[in-house]
Design a protein around this ligand. Structure first.
Ligand code: FA5
Length: 370
């Protein structure tokens, strides 16, 4: 224990020649002082300091009791009775204070304690973003058919985004992709770097690094300099698919994509392939499925197919021989198919979401539904 806070207080030394009266008045004074100090003690530690200072072995009251021996024998009983009474009173007061303090501490503890009978607070669990869920679902369909999942860079070279895909500089087909260019010029003063406008550049990257057989799907973000509307975002996902091997035909493309549509949209779906143009495939197609909302009847009021009975879900085709040649594959030996789809649009169709912008508006009421 540290320095006693009571040391500086008045203590009247008993002299050998003291009278009973002065002994008694000193005892009275000491008792009053001790009671006053006891009032000030607030903690268990302060109470203990008080006990040591007044009632301990070297405490002041103990010393005064010992000083009884300085009184004449016939005065001792009277003075002794007063001294004992004072000591007993102080001990009783100390015990009272200790009890009261313990009670207050217990009360404080129980105020802080946990009421185990209360119902628990509901913990809100986070969940995967709906686009993450659909991307995983779609990739899962293709991995079940033997495809591997690969990812690639979002900041890309013109060479991969366009040139190696049979879209040379100044080719009019570049207008199909409104491009966001990185503000960096090469030595010819050209802008060689961009934010990829589609996941197709990964076709060239993968084929450059490996020999057939190739079976990959590439999920990832793409960017286009486009005004947003209900079906267009300037940042959105695509999933690219590529299969190259000896003897791959258009029938493999149809079979694979039909199975994909069946797994994502249900076993009753019909598929339709129509001619479309992408410079890196020949022939190029767009794939549509029959409308699951009006069962392909093409009802005028159908909001999903807008009366056509068909819903376009992706672009696809047989990999162009120029692309194969560009990455060092012999197109006389190897053939392949490729496709590119937008998972947000697939999720919109599947869950009846009317505006693509809802995915990225961060409205918790929308996101909670998935
Ligand atoms: C392409 O980007 C081609 N690379 C697809 C392809 C790959 C064709 C391989 C052939 C072989 P397209 O521009 O149509 O094609 O985009 C493909 C899909 O991306 C669209 O069907 C659509 O679902 C999605 N998409 C395109 N632009 C946007 C946009 N601004 N916002 C949201 N989704 C988009």
């Amino acid at each position: 224990m540290g320095h006693s806070p009571f040391e500086g207080h008045l203590f009247v030394l008993m002299k050998l020649d003291m009278t009973t009266e002065s002994y008694l008045s000193n005892m009275e004074e000491l008792k009053a002082l001790a009671l006053k100090e006891l009032e000030k003690a607030r903690t268990a530690e302060e109470l203990e300091q008080w006990r040591a200072a007044f009632l301990g072995r070297k405490g002041r009251v103990t010393q005064v009791v010992r000083a009884l021996s300085g009184l004449s024998p016939h005065e001792r009983p009277r003075a002794g009775a007063v001294a004992n009474e004072a000591k007993t009173l102080l001990e009783a007061r100390l015990a009272e204070r200790q009890e009261a303090l313990k009670g207050a501490e217990l009360e404080q503890l129980s105020a802080q304690s946990i009421d185990v009978t209360l119902p628990g607070r509901q913990i809100t669990l986070g969940g995967l973003h709906p686009v993450t869920q659909i991307v995983r679902e779609i990739c899962g369909v293709f991995t079940s058919m033997g495809f591997q999942v690969v990812e690639g860079p979002e900041v890309e070279w013109d060479a991969y985004n366009f040139e190696k895909l049979n879209i040379p500089q100044d080719h009019p087909a570049r207008d199909m992709w409104s491009t966001l260019w990185v503000d960096y010029r090469d030595q010819q003063g050209r802008y060689p770097m961009l934010l990829r406008t589609h996941t197709s550049p990964m076709q060239a990257r993968i084929m450059e690094q490996t020999m057939p057989p190739v079976r990959v799907v590439v999920p990832g973000k793409c960017y286009r300099y486009e005004a947003t509307d209900a079906t267009h975002e300037s940042q959105f996902y695509q999933i690219e698919g590529l299969a190259v091997d000896e003897g791959i035909t258009f029938a493999h493309l149809k079979g694979t994509l039909y199975e994909f549509a069946r797994q994502v949209f249900g076993s009753d779906r019909k598929a339709r392939f129509r001619c479309d143009y992408f410079p890196f495939v020949e022939p190029g197609v767009e794939m549509s499925i029959d409308c699951f909302a009006c069962q392909g009847r093409g009802e005028e009021a159908c909001r999903v197919c807008r009366g056509s009975g068909w819903i376009e879900i992706m672009g696809a085709g047989m990999v162009h021989p120029n692309v194969l040649r560009g990455v060092g594959y012999d197109p006389e030996v190897y053939t392949g198919f490729a496709f590119g789809l937008g998972p947000e649009r697939i999720a919109m169709l599947k869950y009846g979401i009317e505006d693509i912008r809802l995915f990225y508006a961060n409205d918790i009421r929308f996101l909670r539904q998935f």
